[in-house]
Design a protein around this ligand. Sequence first.
Ligand code: PLP
Length: 415
Amino acid sequence: MIVEDKRARKWHSQTDLIQAGFLAEWSEGAIRPPIFPNTTYLSKSAEELERAFRIAYGLCKPDPEMPPVLMYNRINHPNAEICEDRLSLATGSEACALFSSGMAAIDTLLFTLNSGDTILHSRPVYGGTNHLIKEELVRFGINNVSFGPDDDYNDINKIISKANSKNLAIVYVESPANPTNTLFDLELCGRIAKEHKALFVVDNTFLGPMWQNPTKFGADLVVYSATKFIGGHNDVLSGAITGSKKLISEIKARRGIKGNIASPFSSWLLTRSLEDLFLRTKKQMENAKKIAKFLNKHPNVTNVYYPSLFEGKQGQIYKKLGIKPGAMIPFEIKGTKREAYLFLNNLKLVKLAVSLGGTITLAEHPHSMTHIGVSDKDKIESGINESLIRLSVGLEHYKDIIKDLDQALYKIYAK
Ligand code: PLP
């Protein structure tokens, strides 16, 4: 049913996000894709259904010129495919796979493409990813080593040599990193991956697909918690991976076995969210720029980690990457955990909640919440300290957000 709409390639990526991959003729003239909740599909012939199973179980390769066969929702379904087509066209990648969550995407990727024995990852990474790499993958004999933003080419190669790896499988980089907005030189990371014949994977969740394109720096795969900026309305849990047709088809085969594809309803919600992705995240960023400036001058704030304010090496990397600063503002308040909690507990408009990238402004304490499972050593090395607050800026009027942050910041030291 879903065929590649070749005409869509003529349009701008912002147009693709709204119209690609769906023809109204497919659905009684409805201009928006309906939800297809059914689990199984009518086949044109027994031969066609056999071919679909052969592809699903890796017994034969899909023919890129043939439309994918729809047969069972665990393998693929129209709502996922429409969204996948739009996201891959808009990000200039060949293919995309949707998942039931960001963690489902990362888990499937790391288990599917592990042809080696070691993962090299940037530090810090999201708490769930950290747990997966450090606690789960090691049980399957996959080791890990990490590097920080100040490590250069020689340092990283020394880290790899020390790991005694026979075969480095993946260089996994989160940039900007959750929760600190730490930036990594993606060109350097890509070069190192290539030299070691490892796959180069970038988690682009913290900026989202509008403000950074890691494929420019040689990323083989880009992963997203689509729960964040892509979904953007704090109402859909999902993940996405973009990359070459070859790698994505391997990942999709594994997804079909694991059964962790995004549901039709989640995929439909994501498709709707893609339509305002550009405008929504642009406005969030405009808000964030003003809020970062405000926080930077506040007497009860000691540090603000917003990319356009970065100086020194991080400032150089920001310029080199040519990215935009986004809508995440990690900042340190004057004080420690007690003051951080006083601040969070006194917020009125901004919500004390995890997750990020949505229309509602959210704040949390990474040290004791999202990143609680990260080792003390890694927390110290990554700057995840007890005075750090992670703020995700939404679409409320920026003056109201500032008013709320200001009153909560003053409550910390109120008599
Ligand atoms: N990657 C990053 C950078 C994240 O921030 C998150 C969640 O916060 C994930 C992956 C996992 O995504 P999900 O919560 O959708 O499983």
